[in-house]
Design a protein around this ligand. Structure first.
Ligand code: ADP
Length: 262
């Protein structure tokens, strides 16, 4: 165990997630973890994105629109969106048993629903749009990182969307409402509330809560998360603009498909 980790464990044992007004990783209460976004990282997918949120490392890949199989599952009026969230066995401290489990089925479902108001499914009757989110390394907030990555990958694939979806969690540690809990904070904190939002219209498309917040804390947390979603939205947009301006000038590898950005 490295020194930093030892200190963290010690503080956790003493139930001190906040010290001298700072969190254990040095962040203020309203501070996001560092974010890194790369667009178009996979050659074979129609759209893709690598997303880092602190220690979370996530890849999203989008395929489609393509013919929906099995055919009986087609929707004659619009495309069907499939969303698969998966944690790699090596993404957590102890090896995670590979394959779907109750949690990943739930995260896949709520993540798919987070995109329902934005993907213009009516453009592609009988088609399927497949979204894969792979968690390579996890440190809490993986569903929010996955949604952010998927949003950019969908845009990279040229899937028509009303806007991007941005996502972050807020929660409570040592009685304080804080933004974007890391793994230690999530494990030892009092509440965790992931949200997803269409930043331009303030439409909330996902809201879950684990633990307890008072009505006042809920209101404050929601406001904090909405502000952070706007910050993330700007980073997503900037990454897409960079991707498409560099591919226009020919400096990035060319990929086929219908690229139109957002
Ligand atoms: P999220 O990652 O969206 O915050 P959870 O709150 O369910 O989702 O999980 C918090 C963290 O707990 C995850 O990011 C991960 O680091 C850890 N975790 C989740 N599932 C497992 C598992 N099966 N084994 C080990 N750690 C896990």
């Amino acid at each position: 165990m490295n020194e930093e980790r030892e200190k963290e464990e010690e503080a956790v044992e003493k139930r001190e997630l906040i010290k001298d007004g700072k969190r254990l990783d040095g962040r203020g209460f309203e501070e996001l973890r560092p974010i890194k976004i790369e667009v178009g990282v996979l050659k074979r997918a129609d759209g893709s994105c690598y997303f880092e949120l602190g220690e979370n490392k996530v890849i999203a890949a989008v395929y489609g629109p393509k013919e929906m199989h099995p055919r009986h599952a087609q929707d004659a009026k619009m495309a069907v969106v499939k969303f698969r969230y998966n944690m790699a066995p090596f993404s957590v401290d102890d090896r995670k048993r590979p394959g779907p489990d109750r949690r990943s089925v739930e995260v896949s479902k709520v993540s798919r629903e987070a995109f329902e108001p934005v993907i213009m499914r009516e453009f592609y009757p009988k088609a399927a749009i497949e979204v894969y989110v792979e968690i390579l390394q996890s440190d809490a907030g993986t569903r929010t990182a996955g949604i952010n990555a998927a949003s950019v990958a969908l845009a990279d694939a040229g899937i028509p969307m009303k806007d991007l979806v941005s996502s972050v969690a807020v929660g409570k540690i040592d009685g304080q409402v804080v933004l974007d809990l890391n793994g230690t904070e999530d494990n030892h904190g009092e509440a965790d509330m992931p949200i997803a939002m269409v930043a331009r219209t303030n439409t909330i498309t996902l809201l879950q809560m684990d633990g307890h917040l008072t009505a006042e804390e809920f209101g404050r947390g929601l406001k904090l998360a909405m502000g952070a979603c706007r910050q993330i939205y700007e980073l997503q947009r900037a990454a897409l603009i960079e991707r498409f301006s560099s591919s226009n000038s020919g400096s990035k590898s060319e990929k086929g498909g219908n690229k139109n950005g957002t």
